[in-house]
Ligand binder design. Sequence first.
Ligand SMILES: Nc1ncnc2c1ncn2[C@@H]1O[C@H](COP(=O)(O)OP(=O)(O)O)[C@@H](O)[C@H]1O
Ligand SMILES: [Mg+2]
Length: 364
Amino acid sequence: MSAASAIIAPGSTIGILGGGQLGRMTALAAAVLGYRCHIFAPDLDPPAGQVAATTTRAAYDDFDALARFADSVSVVTFEFENVAVAAAEFLAGRVPVRPNSGALATASDRLREKRFLDRVGVATTAYAGVAGAAEAVAARAAIPGPAILKTNREGYDGKGQIRLAPGDDVAAAWRRLGTVDAILEAMVDFACEVSVVVARGVDGGVASYVPAENTHVDGILATTRAPARIAPAVAAEATRAARAVADGLDYVGVLALEMFVTRDGRVLANEIAPRPHNSGHWTIDGCIVSQFEQHVRAVCGLPLGDPERHSDAIMENLIGDQIERFPALVREPETRVHLYGKTAVRAGRKMGHVTRVFARGSLG
Ligand SMILES: Nc1ncnc2c1ncn2[C@@H]1O[C@H](COP(=O)(O)OP(=O)(O)O)[C@@H](O)[C@H]1O
Ligand SMILES: [Mg+2]
């Protein structure tokens, strides 16, 4: 058996860069299979650290701490993509890093991501790179309708985005973003937003979950419904696109492809999340093998699990003070409440989610 396909056995320690709820739910799934997790994050009391064997509190550019972390784990993965690519590359010299740092570099830069999607035959909305005020004006001439200007890097939950109506001053908007590196996208007048969560193993095998339908409020995911209410041909194209992305990145682990479905039934990719995704949280309660267990299986070289759902599901995020609904939610039958152990409640902060399950086939 080659080193690349060797199984990382239960009992081993998985290193996770990032300490948020995605790391927390990955660590919980890892524990079910008998693994330990070591969380590396700069934050005090990270949600993932509460359920992991070990936590290192250090900055992502603390290379001494990263070296000690690498020595203490059998494989490294991420729970969010805004980890410095330099950290991933440094770790990759010492320990298997899954997914690979190239996938992280592609998925953490919107312009690079869109160019990659073009290369692997996945359609997107019209876009143009913007690295200066003059370029912003040129890009706006090419994309004159409703548009959205985004920072290339480090945006999440709708942060770092400015919407432009015809006539708005694009150069001023670019200056307001406060970063040189940006992308202008034509606004998509979508019928719905969907995502496909796909796992790819070290042997290149893939397992994808049914496309899910997402609603956003203020740029933040509010609800996910699985399966999405889309035509079979649209679902097939969304699934094909997510697999093409996983193959094109030579990916190992779970990723999500966020997409728009246009009113005439086209599928346009929006962004790649190189990690388990909020729109896959329903799989904990709707599938035998959740996206988090699938991620653990993939990065440890285990066979992928069955992604079929046993139930349809609707997931609702608990954002900010919505966590105050906990006493009522916890009394609801057929509702599973997940809280992330965050003490400080802030507007826009993901505090937890609830999943309501339904008989398979009753929602789709
Ligand atoms: N080009 C676009 N057309 C229409 N809506 C968009 C577009 N880009 C982003 N949005 C809306 O904003 C949300 C967040 O944008 P996204 O690019 O996914 O950034 P983030 O990294 O913050 O999730 C999307 O899910 C969608 O609802
Ligand atoms: Mg998004």
